[in-house]
Design a binder for this molecule. Structure first.
Ligand code: ADP
Ligand code: MG
Length: 213
């Protein structure tokens, strides 16, 4: 298990993101059909496929370069709310990752910068039934892991587990941001698609760090 994460992890994570989004495309579409317009899975799948093409042609030197490439590609290829939100998250995260490797505190910093970007852009708070409900607990879990002296890989796994639980907490909520907010109580009982995709991406990050994925 790696103590720190490097550019090989970052490129493998991006590939794993593309794979997991492609695999769960229909599931994300169905979630967004229930409380939105049904495009979330399609949007992300198109975005990460474009990222793979760009990654093939690029020669990133740092984790930050990889994350920046993801950010700019998602911003230009993914429509709707999620494109700019994920784009901003990856862009802010990229700025924290300009060194060769990332330790557990670096994982927490990276995720914290990501959620700050999402909040700066979308103004959602925890409990609004958005992707923030997955990201915010992930940051807290990564920070706690770092402070407990865990490895970067362990911090990522803690973050992924917290993001998964956070996504599940959106099920009973009424949405206060985004398209789902138009539905009022009809959103109750449905998982927020962006929280679900966020949990998937963070699980992919941990899987890759652990040598799987
Ligand atoms: P759209 O809603 O434009 O069709 P997507 O379907 O791709 O965009 O993404 C919807 C997801 O975006 C939601 O499930 C939610 O997680 C996230 N989202 C929407 N608005 C906000 C916001 N203001 N802040 C954070 N996340 C948001
Ligand atoms: Mg949508």
């Amino acid at each position: 298990m790696a103590d720190t994460l490097d550019i090989a992890w970052a490129t493998d994570w991006v590939k794993a993101c593309a794979a997991v989004v492609a695999e769960h495309r229909m599931e994300l579409i169905d979630l967004d059909r229930a409380i939105g317009d049904g495009d979330h899975g399609e949007n992300l799948d198109r975005g990460f496929k474009a990222v793979l093409v760009k990654l093939e042609a690029a020669e990133p030197a740092t984790v930050g370069d990889v994350l920046k490439l993801v950010a700019t590609t998602l911003m230009s290829t993914v429509g709707g709310a999620a494109g700019p939100l994920y784009g901003t998250a990856f862009l802010r995260a990229a700025k924290t990752a300009d060194g060769a490797t990332i330790d557990a505190a670096g994982v927490a910093d990276l995720l914290a910068a990501g959620v700050e970007g999402i909040v700066a852009r979308g103004k959602a708070e925890v409990g609004d039934k958005t992707m923030v409900d997955a990201w915010a607990p992930a940051v807290e879990a990564a920070r706690a892991a770092a402070e407990a002296g865990k490895t970067a890989t362990e911090a990522l796994r803690a973050a992924a587990t917290a993001a998964r639980t956070g996504a599940e907490t959106t099920d009973p909520l009424v949405a206060r941001k985004g398209r789902a907010s138009y539905l009022g109580e009809r959103a109750i009982g449905h998982r927020d698609p962006g929280a679900e995709s966020s949990a998937m991406l963070l699980e992919a990050a941990a899987d890759v760090a652990e040598g799987g994925g």
